[in-house]
Design a protein around this ligand. Structure first.
Ligand SMILES: [Fe+2]
Ligand SMILES: [Fe+2]
Length: 334
């Protein structure tokens, strides 16, 4: 039962990496349906500790005596189907990794899923006309130079590292709009949610590429430094000029589209192996089971094109003398 609960929560793909050995719910090998010798003892201990740990997690404010009474009540009243009764009953069946909720909280998949819109125009470009736009454009072009030098043609690694940066602006912008909404007692027009959706989408790009390329220690160290600088720089820029901040992100997204197009070329030419798509990508973008890395790069590139549009649009709203809240945000625009 606990295993089926886990399947409901994180989906069947996660079990594809389990070793195909006949085991029961405790993970102990079973020979002809009978546990023997030391394995039987191990099961007894695991059951004892799993019950004890879930008890500590779910009823921290109750004394042991009260908890024992509650356990007895749950066992005697198996017909009770209230959320608390159900969650308490699950205490005795829980598996490692399943947190039993005393509060009746149901946990769905930890990410939304959707089908990417691949028909989006990848070639759209915002021509920089004003001084501010030119500053944004050339700032992004200047940032590209050291990036090209560092990564060269290692597009998998490049994608993974750049997604650690790409997920920052949406969160910073969303957070600042959130605080502004609180300070001014006013709505945001959906822009808080739209920007946080973008941040989450970018973070899922990172979670995906992490499965393809594992970061080395010095790359993790680089992320710490870059995030420290970029978060603060973007925070200040957004406070001073949201129209500049959104324009910079618009141009960053244009560069991301270009990089992913180069990534696809390398895959087509066989310079990068077109490995099977990671399970998380198949779940998130609802890809076919036989999807490959190329399919993943295509949907990620489409996402970047959507971010490009959202951010140039947000900048345009400011350019037209309006605030974002006056123009409804494109929610769920991936
Ligand atoms: Fe991304
Ligand atoms: Fe993006």
């Amino acid at each position: 039962m606990a295993r089926s609960m886990m399947a409901h929560i994180i989906g069947p793909r996660h079990f594809s990496t389990l070793r195909p050995v006949a085991r029961n719910d405790t993970g102990i090998k079973v020979v002809n349906g009978v546990m023997k010798g030391p394995e039987k003892a191990v099961v007894t201990w695991i059951r004892y500790f799993s019950v004890m740990s879930s008890r500590n997690a779910s009823t921290m404010t109750l004394s042991n005596k009260e908890q024992n009474k509650q356990d007895e009540k749950v066992q005697s009243d198996s017909a009770d189907t209230s959320p608390i009764a159900l969650s308490s009953r699950n205490n005795s069946n829980n598996d490692k990794g399943v947190v039993v909720s005393y509060w009746g909280i149901q946990t769905p998949k930890p990410w939304e899923t959707y089908k990417a819109d691949l028909s989006i125009d990848l070639k759209k470009h915002h021509a920089p006309v004003t001084l501010l736009d030119k500053f944004a454009y050339w700032t992004v072009k200047a940032l590209r130079f050291p990036t090209d030098l560092f990564f060269q043609k290692r597009y998998g690694c490049r994608a993974m590292m750049l997604e650690t940066v790409a997920a920052v602006p949406g969160m910073v912008g969303g957070m600042l709009l959130h605080c502004k909404s609180l300070r001014r007692f006013e709505h945001s027009g959906g822009w808080i949610k739209a920007l946080l959706e973008e941040a989450e989408n970018e973070r899922m790009h990172l979670m995906t590429f992490m499965e393809v390329t594992k970061p080395k220690w010095y790359e993790r160290a680089l992320v710490l430094v870059v995030q420290g600088i970029f978060f603060n720089a973007y925070f200040v820029t957004y406070l001073l000029s949201p129209k500049l901040a959104h324009r910079i992100v618009g141009y960053l997204e244009e560069e991301a589209i270009y990089s992913y197009t180069q990534f696809l070329k390398e895959l087509d030419e066989g310079n990068i192996e077109n490995v099977p798509a990671p399970a998380i990508a198949i779940d998130y973008w609802q890809l076919p089971q036989d999807a490959t890395l190329k399919d993943v790069v295509m949907v990620v590139r489409a996402d970047e094109a959507h971010h490009r549009d959202v951010n140039h649009f947000a900048s345009d709203i400011h350019y037209q003398g309006q605030e974002l809240k006056e123009c409804p945000a494109p929610l769920g625009y991936h």
